[in-house]
Design a protein around this ligand. Structure first.
Ligand code: ATP
Ligand code: MG
Length: 564
C-alpha cells in the first residue's frame, strides 16, 4: 500500500507542475483526439532569430521530446517580398546550436504551393470561396470595424464556374497585382473581423527564392499556415498570443479543406526582456548607424549575438524553463538571463588570472632573473578540472584598484605596511610605491615571504586580502570588451523624438589587459572565468592569435534574486 501511495503522490505532483500547454496535450491524448504529438517551429526567413524565438524553439522541441513525438523546422516562406536565403542559413545554424535537433525534418512552406492552390480550388467548388474585384481600399471599407458589421462584396455570389474560371485566370497571369483576390466566404457580420470574408490569395508578380516565377498568385498567411501544419500532420500548432483572434479562421480552414485529424492552435505569451532591443526596425537602424557591430553585436539578444557574447545553449534552456509559459504578456528581467549563464559556467570553466587595469608590482626581495612555475587549481569548487602551471616571478601586474596609498577602513588589499596573499603564490607585504611627475602611481613595491608558498601548509599567520596577478615577462596583452545594457528602461527606452535612448557606457574597450599565457591560446567561443572580473569568452569575429579579444559575458556578482 505504502508503495502505491508514493506512486500516486508523485503522479499528482507531476500533474500540478505541468504547464497549461502540456495539460491541453494530456487531455487531447487522453480523449483520443490525437494519438501522437507533433510540433514545429515556423520562422519566416526575414531576419535573425532572437531570444524570444529561442523560447518558441525550445518549447516546441521540448514538447516533442517529452511526448516521444516529432519536431519540424519549417520555413514559412510563402511571402516572396522579404525572404532571403542568408536568413535560412543563419536560422538553421541557430536552431541546431540550441540543440533542437530537427534531423531531416526540414521543410519549406513554399513546397506546398501546389497543395495550397488545390485547397483554394476545393473551397471554390464547395461554394466557400469567391473571386472579388474590390480594390484593397474598398475591401477595407466593406469590412467594417469592431462596432459596425461588414458589408457583403457585390462579387460574393458569383457562380462556382465563374469563380473557377477567374481564379484560373489569376493564376495564368491575366490580372494586374491587386486587381482581383480570392476570398473565403464566411460571415461579414461576424463579431470577429478575421472571419469577414478574409482574402486568401492575391495576385503578386514577384519572384520567389524557391519557386522563381512559377507563381504569380500567393496565399495569405492565415490561409497558408493551417494548411502547412495539416500537411505535416502537426497536432499542436503553438504560436504567440497575437494569433488568438485568428484561431477561428485557422479552425475554419482546416475544417473546410477537410483535412483528417486536423491540427489545433494553442497560444502563449511572447517573451519580452527588459533593457534590450529586439525589434528588427531598431536593430536595423543601429546596424546602419554603426552603433552596433552587426546583428551579432554582443549587446543584442539575437541568438547569434548571445552566442558571440559567450552564452551557452544550456544557459538559454535554463532561462526559458525558469520563465515558463503563460497566457499573460510580461517582461522578464535581463538579470535572470545573467543568473543562468553564471550558474551554467560556474563549475564548468577554469578560473584564470587576468588583469584588466594594470599596475606593476615589484617584489624587491625575489631574486632577479629567477622565475618559477606554480601549480594552481583550475576551479576550487570542481577539482575535476585539475591544476595548471602559472609562471611567477619578481615583476607582476596587479589590478590598479588593488593598491591604495591611503586606504579607507576595511580595505584589505595592498597599502604600505599591509600583507596580502597573491592568489596561488606567496604572501607579499607592501612597502610603498613610485609615482610620475603628475602623481600617478607607476610601480608598487613589496617583499615576499618564501615560507608562505600556497599549498605548502604554512599556518604561521593569516592575511585578510587575496589579490590576483600575472607575471610580467610571460604575460600576454589582450583586449577586453565590457558590456552594459544598451538601453535603460527605467530612464525611458525612447527619447521624445522616438529614437532609442542609448546607454553611452554599453561598450567599454580595454586595450591594455594582461593575461596568463595559457589564455592567449583560446579559440573562438572558448570561455573562462577571470577571477574577480567575471566570465569572458574569445570573440569569434575580431580575436586573432596575435591580438586576442575577449568579451565579458557577465560579471560575477549581481543583486538578482531567484524568484521563489
Ligand atoms: P519578430 O517580428 O520579433 O522577428 P515574428 O513573430 O515576426 O517575430 P516569426 O519568424 O514569424 O517571427 O516567428 C517564428 C515563431 O517564433 C512564431 O511561432 C512566433 O510566434 C515565435 N516568436 C516570435 N517572437 C517571439 C517571442 N518574443 N517570444 C516567443 N515566441 C516568439
Ligand atoms: Mg513574422
Amino acid at each position: 500500500m505504502a508503495d502505491r501511495d508514493t506512486v500516486m503522490e508523485t503522479e499528482e505532483k507531476e500533474v500540478v507542475s505541468r504547464n497549461f500547454i502540456e495539460q491541453e496535450i494530456d487531455k487531447d491524448l487522453a480523449e483520443g483526439v490525437y494519438n501522437h504529438v507533433q510540433t514545429r517551429f515556423p520562422p519566416e526567413p526575414n531576419g535573425y532569430l532572437h531570444i524570444g524565438h529561442a523560447k518558441s524553439i525550445l518549447l516546441n522541441y521540448g514538447l516533442a521530446q517529452k511526448y516521444g513525438g516529432k519536431f519540424n523546422l519549417r520555413f514559412d516562406d510563402t511571402n516572396p517580398t522579404k525572404e532571403k536565403t542568408e536568413f535560412v542559413e543563419s536560422i538553421m545554424d541557430d536552431v541546431k546550436w540550441l540543440g533542437a535537433d530537427f534531423e531531416d525534418r526540414l521543410f519549406f512552406a513554399s513546397n506546398y504551393f501546389d497543395q495550397m492552390y488545390q485547397c483554394a480550388v476545393f473551397l471554390i467548388k464547395k461554394g466557400k470561396a469567391f473571386v472579388c474585384d474590390l480594390t484593397a481600399d474598398q475591401i477595407r471599407e466593406y469590412r467594417g470595424d469592431f462596432t459596425t458589421p461588414g458589408k457583403e462584396s457585390p462579387y460574393r455570389n458569383r457562380s462556382v464556374e465563374e469563380n473557377l474560371a477567374l481564379f484560373e485566370e489569376m493564376k495564368e497571369g491575366k490580372y494586374r497585382d491587386g486587381e482581383k483576390v480570392l476570398r473565403a466566404k464566411i460571415d461579414m457580420a461576424s463579431p470577429n473581423i478575421n472571419m469577414r470574408d478574409p482574402v486568401i490569395y492575391r495576385v503578386a508578380r514577384m519572384s520567389h527564392h524557391n519557386t522563381g516565377d512559377k507563381w504569380c498568385i500567393y496565399p495569405m498567411y492565415d490561409f497558408a499556415h493551417p494548411i502547412e501544419d495539416a500537411i505535416e500532420h502537426i497536432t499542436h500548432s503553438i504560436c504567440t498570443l497575437e494569433f488568438e483572434d485568428h484561431r477561428p479562421l485557422y479552425d475554419w480552414v482546416v475544417k473546410e479543406c477537410e483535412f483528417e485529424n486536423p491540427p489545433r492552435q494553442i497560444e502563449f505569451a511572447k517573451l519580452y526582456l527588459t533593457n534590450v532591443i529586439t525589434g528588427k526596425r531598431y536593430i536595423k537602424k543601429l546596424v546602419e548607424d554603426k552603433i552596433v557591430d552587426g546583428w551579432d553585436d554582443p549587446r543584442l539578444v539575437s541568438i547569434a549575438a548571445l552566442r558571440r557574447r559567450g552564452y551557452t545553449p544550456e544557459a538559454i534552456k535554463m532561462f526559458v524553463e525558469m520563465v515558463g509559459v503563460s497566457k499573460a504578456n510580461s517582461s522578464v528581467d535581463y538579470a535572470m538571463l545573467e543568473y543562468c549563464i553564471r550558474e551554467d559556467l560556474k563549475l564548468k570553466k577554469p578560473r584564470m588570472m587576468a588583469i584588466l587595469n594594470p599596475v606593476k608590482l615589484v617584489i624587491d626581495n625575489y631574486p632577479e632573473g629567477q622565475a618559477e612555475m606554480l601549480d594552481v587549481p583550475n576551479n576550487l569548487e570542481n577539482p575535476g578540472l585539475g591544476d595548471r602551471k602559472v609562471p611567477f616571478g619578481r615583476e607582476l601586474y596587479i589590478e590598479r584598484e588593488d593598491f591604495m596609498e591611503e586606504p579607507p577602513k576595511k580595505y584589505f588589499r595592498m597599502f604600505p605596511g599591509n600583507e596580502v596573499r597573491l592568489m596561488g603564490a606567496y604572501f607579499v607585504k607592501c612597502t610603498g610605491c613610485e609615482k610620475d611627475a603628475d602623481g600617478n602611481i607607476t610601480v608598487v613595491h613589496g617583499t615576499y615571504d618564501p615560507e608562505t608558498k600556497s599549498g605548502s601548509g604554512f599556518e604561521g599567520r593569516k592575511v585578510k586580502g587575496t589579490i590576483h596577478w600575472v607575471a610580467v615577462p610571460t604575460a600576454r596583452q589582450v583586449e577586453c570588451r565590457l558590456y552594459e545594457n544598451i538601453v535603460d528602461e527605467e530612464k525611458g527606452k525612447l527619447n521624445e523624438d522616438g529614437s532609442l535612448n542609448l546607454n553611452p557606457h554599453s561598450l567599454v574597450v580595454l586595450k591594455e589587459c594582461y593575461v596568463e599565457p595559457a589564455l592567449a591560446e583560446g579559440k573562438a567561443y572558448d570561455s573562462y572565468q577571470f577571477v574577480r572580473n567575471g566570465f569572458f569568452c574569445v570573440d569569434c569575429k575580431d580575436s586573432t592569435p596575435e591580438n586576442p579579444v575577449f568579451n565579458r559575458i557577465v560579471s560575477l556578482k549581481s543583486s538578482f534574486k531567484l524568484p521563489k
